[in-house]
Design a protein around this ligand. Sequence first.
Ligand SMILES: [Zn+2]
Length: 142
Amino acid sequence: MRQIKRIFVHCTAGSQQQTIDDLKAEFRRKGWSNPGYHYVVTPNGGTHQLLAIEEVSNGVQGYNSTAINVAYMGGIDKDGKPVDNRTPEQKDALTLLLHKLKQMFPEAKIMGHRDIWGTDKSKWKKMCPCFNAIEEYKDIAS
Ligand SMILES: [Zn+2]
């Protein structure tokens, strides 16, 4: 098993109506051999595993070899602007998933994609996942 240092939380930065198959097709169009995320949580609270955790997904450039990437479907409004539009079901499923992963990898830090650029918003290259994941998940213990 590879060493896991970080569990990154993402949004898919697409429509909440997208299906898992749409998302996979998008990754293929980008020419990625592996998906962007290990897990994707849909608005109905469904948790879909796209890749075994032994494999490396394509979530945060430069950090993927030691990371697990999870995403919720959504994260943009109708004008394409960043928004936290997680449904209650999505929030619950995400929290449950992160609890499980933290049990498997107690040393791993749970953080949002944007947190890799620090706390200064002007340094963020993306808003992903459009909420403060460090704050929201700080109480998830192994
Ligand atoms: Zn992201």
